[in-house]
Design a protein around this ligand. Structure first.
Ligand SMILES: C[C@@]1(CC(=O)O)C2=NC(=C\c3[nH]c(c(CCC(=O)O)c3CC(=O)O)Cc3[nH]c(c(CC(=O)O)c3CCC(=O)O)/C=C3\N/C(=C\2)[C@@H](CCC(=O)O)[C@]3(C)CC(=O)O)/[C@H]1CCC(=O)O
Ligand SMILES: NC(=O)c1ccc[n+]([C@@H]2O[C@H](COP(=O)([O-])OP(=O)(O)OC[C@H]3O[C@@H](n4cnc5c(N)ncnc54)[C@H](O)[C@@H]3O)[C@@H](O)[C@H]2O)c1
Length: 298
């Protein structure tokens, strides 16, 4: 079994470990079969030794620290070197401090930009978001025929976006390390309109792209794509953060040959948009079909 050991500062203030605990929960959930443990700088040596005595094949150490200072330059490597000598058969990998991760700067910039946006659009509870009367989004129906559209992410949300993009005639590229098998089925039906790239996003994926849909489960990747696209003046839809993108996708229904009805909550309550869509589909279908028939007779 592989193991991850996260090293954090010791702190006794209530609530200090909120973000840290969320990361542990997510690692437990997202990396089943990996032993996830945490320790403090003081307990590192004892805890790491205990872990190495368990049935682990490798240990990855993450210093939950921002700056590459005394702890990450000297204290932690010293313990790692000592224990690697004691347990030479178990590889120990020491990751860089968080501040040196390449996605970190994008995440910080994005967080600050969102905070500035939030100053303009205070978003408290859903109820208060919904009761705000003003809408400053502009509705259009966009022609994407022949345009290059990039979808970053290959999961459930990306799949939904691609399904709605196919009928537009756009050239769709999907890039993600994990691509849902259903994409292959879609590609088999539409070989010329879908390209699948099974690897992590790279900034060059944005070359000649008209519009990008950001749909990964990695906030740091989403922030990087958003920043890269903005620098290239590419239109952005961020499925994970409606305040970040240039546009949102409403729920769309087609009735008969000519009628399209879209429902939007301006990003504020997407699940309400879905509910309304279901209501409209069940309650309006017959009436709309009749209206279209009558219109054709006129
Ligand atoms: C309309 C539809 C079109 C489409 O996705 O193409 C759409 N969401 C749909 C479904 C859906 N969305 C969610 C669930 C699970 C909950 C549930 O099941 O109840 C389901 C249901 C499911 O997945 O089945 C939750 C959700 N949605 C967003 C977030 C992130 C966030 O808010 O940060 C979260 C998580 C937080 C939360 O729960 O709030 C974000 C967005 N979702 C949008 C559109 C945009 C805003 C549109 C608007 O407000 O008008 C925006 C901003 C992104 C964008 O522009 O794409 C599609 C209808 C499908 C259909 O056609 O039937
Ligand atoms: N718009 C919506 O309606 C809506 C609804 C629910 C959730 N969301 C948001 O959408 C996100 C994605 O949801 P999902 O259900 O599709 O998740 P998922 O776990 O099914 O898919 C995540 C995808 O991101 C990809 N990914 C990870 N790192 C990547 C990288 N470096 N480059 C490219 N791709 C990378 C993965 O390979 C995977 O294909 C959620 O995290 C959530 O924030 C949006």
């Amino acid at each position: 079994m592989k193991a991850i050991l996260i090293i954090a500062h010791h702190c006794i203030l209530p609530g200090a470990y909120k973000g840290f605990e969320e990361i542990l929960d997510r690692l437990h959930h997202d990396l089943p079969g990996t032993r996830v443990a945490s320790t403090s700088l003081l307990d590192l040596e004892n805890d790491l030794r205990t872990l190495l005595r368990e049935d682990v094949e490798s240990v990855t150490l993450l210093p939950y620290l921002l700056l590459n200072g005394q702890h990450t330059k000297n204290d932690v490597p010293r313990v790692v070197a000592k224990l690697q000598e004691e347990f030479p058969q178990i590889p120990i990998t020491l990751l860089p401090c968080l501040g040196d991760w390449k996605e970190f700067s994008s995440m910080v910039v994005c967080g600050i930009r969102n905070a500035q946006l939030d100053e303009k659009k205070p978003s408290e509870s859903l109820v208060s978001r919904l009761s705000s009367k003003t809408s400053n989004l502009f509705s259009i129906e966009l022609n994407l025929e022949g345009r290059n559209v990039l979808v970053v992410g290959g999961g459930r949300i990306a799949l939904r976006k691609v399904k709605t993009l196919i009928p537009t005639g756009a050239h769709i590229t999907v890039v993600a390390p994990q691509i849902d098998p259903e994409f292959e089925t879609l590609k088999a039906d539409e070989p010329s309109s879908i390209t699948l790239k099974q690897r992590p996003y790279e900034p060059l994926d944005l070359r000649c792209v008209f519009m990008v849909f950001i749909c990964t489960d990695q906030p740091a990747v989403n922030a990087q794509v958003s920043n890269d696209a903005r620098a290239r003046r590419i239109l952005v839809n961020n499925a994970c953060d409606y305040l970040d993108g240039d546009f949102i996708v409403p729920a769309r229904m087609d009735f008969g040959e000519n009628i399209a009805v879209t429902v939007s909550t301006q990003g504020r309550a997407p699940s309400l948009a879905k509910k309304l869509k279901q209501k409209i589909q069940t309650e309006w279908a017959e009436d709309l079909a009749q209206i279209e028939k009558d219109f054709k007779k006129e």
